[in-house]
Design a protein around this ligand. Structure first.
Ligand code: CA
Length: 232
């Protein structure tokens, strides 16, 4: 049922083969590019549903590829990188990537990321215009009234918790960096105060999650940021 078109950008042939073999086995369609320039051309001409992008490419940095593609497209981009430094992932996410996978990765991990992105894609397509009500599992946000409900029970959020929740909800499926979140919620006057963000996130989770220690809605990416997951 997949039949999504995936663009695989990877110059390392064994890794590229692993990815394309996996995609083929799971009924995804794909094309491959081996450098940044051909990735940009393929992205423009084939209009893929999802891009899997290696960061270390022979002709240009993957972060630059993301920036160029973002000039005209919102296609979900999952970065696949051997770079394990958080700062590299953060740069890619801030440039507009949706998610990241660190090499070496397992086939199951790759498929899981594709499923998350596929749900995000469905969500993006379903909400071409700003919806008045956001629903995800038991969570419901009524933007007009500013009220949040879990099942039928109203959650009493502080203004900052509400802003945080709306930001995560509007970007469901995408990993948001600490910097992106603090700038969006507090504006430029706020420096990247991750400690405070963590405190606000903890109080929000206490209200939102059944078990704050194993959250369903808001996933932590240690050293990087947070993501709201779309519940089945
Ligand atoms: Ca590479």
């Amino acid at each position: 049922m997949n039949k999504l078109q995936i663009l695989v950008v990877e110059d390392d042939a064994p890794v590229r083969n692993l990815i394309t073999t996996t995609l083929k086995a799971h009924d995804y369609r794909f094309t491959a590019a081996v450098n940044g320039n051909s990735a940009i051309m393929e992205a423009a001409s084939r209009n893929p549903d999802i891009i899997l992008l290696d960061l270390g490419l022979p002709d240009m940095d993957g972060v630059e590829v993301i920036g160029r593609i973002r000039n005209w497209s919102n296609v979900p981009i999952i970065v696949i990188s051997a770079r394990s430094e958080d700062s590299d992932k953060i740069d890619a996410l801030d440039a507009g990537a949706d998610d990241y996978l660190t090499k070496p990765f397992s086939v199951d991990e790759l498929l899981a990321r594709l499923r998350v992105t596929q749900r995000r894609l469905a969500l993006m397509q379903g909400s071409s215009q700003q919806q008045a009500v956001f629903v995800n599992g038991r969570l419901r946000i009524d933007y007009a009234s500013g009220c949040v409900y879990l099942q039928e029970e109203e959650l009493h959020l502080t203004p900052i918790e509400y802003k945080l929740l709306c930001l995560l909800a509007q970007n469901t499926g995408k990993v948001l960096t600490h910097k992106f979140i603090t700038q969006s919620v507090w504006g430029s006057s706020w420096d990247n105060d991750v400690g405070s963000l963590r405190v606000f996130m903890a109080t929000l989770r206490k209200k939102l999650e059944k078990a704050p220690d194993s959250p369903q809605y808001i996933q932590t990416h240690i050293g990087i940021g947070y993501r709201m997951l779309k519940l089945e």
